[in-house]
Ligand binder design. Structure first.
Ligand SMILES: O=C(O)CCC(=O)C(=O)O
Ligand SMILES: [Fe+2]
Length: 328
């Protein structure tokens, strides 16, 4: 594993494991690397050829291109009541950014209805098949990484329940190349943040852009191979593990005259799930760091004026709830 160089993200080879291989020697070896990487860097590069180069090619060269080429009024049909769960574009401070999202993407009916909404005449079966097989395979990677971390903390008995309490959101993003005269200078494509959800798996076309903050405050550029993904935890997992797993601070830089595309799978707590650390992770040595919450409520805080002022939304949210409780 490449964790020795603190200026590079650790690389972990998942090619020898699958969800059914939990407990095998190869699983344990990958697990040890995952635990170490999350401790040292808060994220890692997963080598994952289970998503074949061919599938990745058809995703980026066909599906993603076709999606962003649709007229704006068609893309805007992708509406969802929850922030960040549908079409996003023309956002102040995110000048180069546009994205669309599929809630429950690994479920065939969900991706099919997204496809029907955008291509009502044809239902675009090729898009649907490509996106479905991609998100199903990537969901397996998210599940393995999360299960390994839960095993490391001795709380894997909750793995199935935690999985059932979440949905997967697949988001397609385009970061337009800044205008020619700005080419030399990199621009912020997405502001520094920690994801609000549980875990995130980023797939990017071979274009740099994603940077993760190291412990010393320096930014590390992710340079995943053509068969790699970047895996990180968000505030949802940080809260559920009572801070034992940290949420990586990251940002996107764009420049060099190249438009960047990414497809990210997020595991997101469902609306009725209370995000709260299990008793095994709380005790005298580990006082509860965060207040339990429902994701909708936390996301509402994150997009509020107060939430957008802070870099640590989970800590700020906890502070707010505790202050309210003290007042009551
Ligand atoms: O586009 C990417 O690579 C990741 C963007 C991101 O950080 C996010 O959507 O939360
Ligand atoms: Fe993010």
């Amino acid at each position: 594993m490449g964790a020795e160089n603190p200026r590079e993200l650790p690389k972990i080879d998942f090619s020898g494991v699958d969800p059914a291989s939990a407990g095998t020697e190869s699983w344990k070896s990958v697990r040890a690397q995952v635990i170490q990487a999350m401790e040292s860097h808060g994220c890692f590069e997963a080598i994952y050829p289970q998503v074949t180069r061919q599938l990745r090619e058809s995703l980026f060269r066909n599906a993603v291109k076709e999606l962003f080429a649709l007229p704006l009024d068609v893309k805007r049909r992708n509406i969802h009541h929850k922030p960040f769960h549908g079409y996003l574009g023309e956002i102040p401070a995110l000048d180069y950014y546009e994205s669309l999202a599929i809630v429950n993407a690994p479920l065939p009916h969900a991706t099919q209805s997204f496809t029907n909404l955008l291509w009502p005449e044809t239902g675009n079966p090729t898009f649907c098949e490509t996106v479905l097989s991609f998100s199903q395979k990537v969901a397996e990677l998210e599940g393995m990484a999360r299960r390994m971390l839960m095993e490391g903390l001795g709380v894997d008995k909750y793995y199935e329940d935690l999985t059932d309490s979440m949905w997967y959101l697949l988001r397609f993003a385009e970061y337009q190349a800044p205008a020619a005269q700005e080419e030399e200078e990199k621009k912020l494509g997405y502001v520094p943040h920690r994801d609000t959800n549980t875990m995130s798996v980023v797939c990017q076309l071979q274009k740099d852009g994603l940077e993760v903050q190291a412990k010393d405050g320096e930014w590390i550029l992710a340079s995943p191979s053509p068969i790699s993904f970047i895996v990180m935890a968000g505030n949802g997992f940080r809260a559920w593990t009572n801070g034992r797993v940290g949420a990586a601070l990251h940002r996107i830089l764009v420049g060099g005259g190249v438009t960047r595309y990414s497809v990210v799978l997020f595991s997101v707590p469902k609306g009725d799930f209370r995000v709260e650390a299990p008793p095994e992770l709380v005790g005298e040595d580990h006082p509860p760091l965060f207040e339990p919450y429902y994701d909708d409520e936390f996301v509402r805080f994150c997009v509020s004026e107060e939430g957008t002022k802070t870099m640590d939304t989970l800590a700020a949210y906890t502070e707010l709830v505790r202050a309210r409780k003290a007042e009551a």
